[in-house]
Write a protein that binds this ligand. Structure first.
Ligand SMILES: C[S@@+](CC[C@H](N)C(=O)[O-])C[C@H]1O[C@@H](n2cnc3c(N)ncnc32)[C@H](O)[C@@H]1O
Length: 275
């Protein structure tokens, strides 16, 4: 019981620390080392298997309080991860780039992002929540030659993202915009669509995407359940939205997992064909 109380206290401490460091942003990278160290410690806590058991136990004992704590941690850690990308971008543009454990974790995912639905040179890729340091668009464009479009709700992130892409891959076919999905040019032609894990409304966006996306599009929804839901928005059922789960890429030891969706009609056609 003492162990559980301590664990709860530790998690609440992270929620407070995230709030303080998010407030400290002044448009420069002055508080970046502190934030990077905090996020690296938090990532290690999330990936520790013993903590997954403690979290399960806490959830059973105090379901409502733990859900409130989870929501607070998710919101604040998402804001801090977006901020850490700003710091990484500012430092790169200032000539002092460094790579934290968290970024290595994201970069490790690119190869397996689409499971058996590989991205090729002919693919058209959309990343929703491309961030200030658009490493997913950069890595995909560099490794596959596919054209990549990134959108982000935060104009500062798009502005920094464009500068980072201009610095790291001026020759790469990457376009970054603030557009809403309804305004996005060429959406029907996108073959692969990735959702950043830290978008609170990602499943609402998935629903809005349904009438706009091409019939054969594959969606990679990054998510985290259980203890990982303290650092990611979790997955949801999609039966009512016209999307069907095609594959799940579980990644033990990595910060998020990936659910792959296809339009229900397309998925049923493929399953029918395989019978
Ligand atoms: C952690 S960052 C980007 C992920 C990372 N750059 C990558 O390549 O995996 C998440 C981004 O999602 C953006 N975001 C949050 N809500 C959004 C929304 N409703 N639509 C688009 N972008 C959103 C944030 O502004 C933030 O820049």
């Amino acid at each position: 019981m003492i162990v559980l109380t301590d664990f709860h206290r530790t998690l609440s401490g992270y929620a407070d620390a995230f709030a303080l460091l998010a407030d400290a942003y002044d448009g420069t990278a002055a508080s970046s080392s502190e934030l990077e160290a905090l996020i690296d410690r938090y990532s290690a806590l999330i990936l520790e298997p013993r903590n997954a058991l403690l979290w399960e136990e806490l959830t059973l004992r105090e379901p409502e309080e733990t859900e409130r704590l989870a929501e607070r941690l998710r919101e604040r850690s998402a804001a801090c991860v977006a901020l850490m990308e700003k710091y990484r971008a500012l430092k790169l543009l200032d000539g002092a780039e460094n790579r934290t454990g968290y970024f290595r974790n994201i970069e490790a995912c690119i190869e397996e992002e689409f499971g058996s639905f590989a991205v090729t040179r002919q693919s058209r890729v959309l990343m929703i929540g491309s961030g200030s340091f658009p490493m997913t668009p950069l890595l995909i464009a560099r490794r596959t030659g596919a054209q990549v479009v990134g959108i982000d709700i935060d104009p500062e992130a798009v502005e920094l993202g464009r500068k980072v892409a201009g610095r790291l891959g001026p020759e790469l076919p990457i376009r970054l915009e603030t557009s809403r999905i309804e305004q996005l040019e060429g959406l029907k032609a996108m073959t692969h669509i990735i959702f950043s894990s830290t978008i609170p409304v990602k499943y609402e966006l998935l629903e809005r995407l349904h009438p706009l996306a091409g019939e054969h599009a594959v969606v990679a929804m990054r998510y985290g359940g259980g203890l990982k839901s303290l650092f990611n928005y979790p997955d949801r059922h999609t039966e009512d939205s016209g999307w069907r789960l095609a594959e799940t890429v579980l990644r033990p030891g990595q910060i998020f997992d990936i659910a792959l969706y296809r339009k229900a009609a397309e998925q049923d056609r493929l399953i029918g064909g395989a019978r």
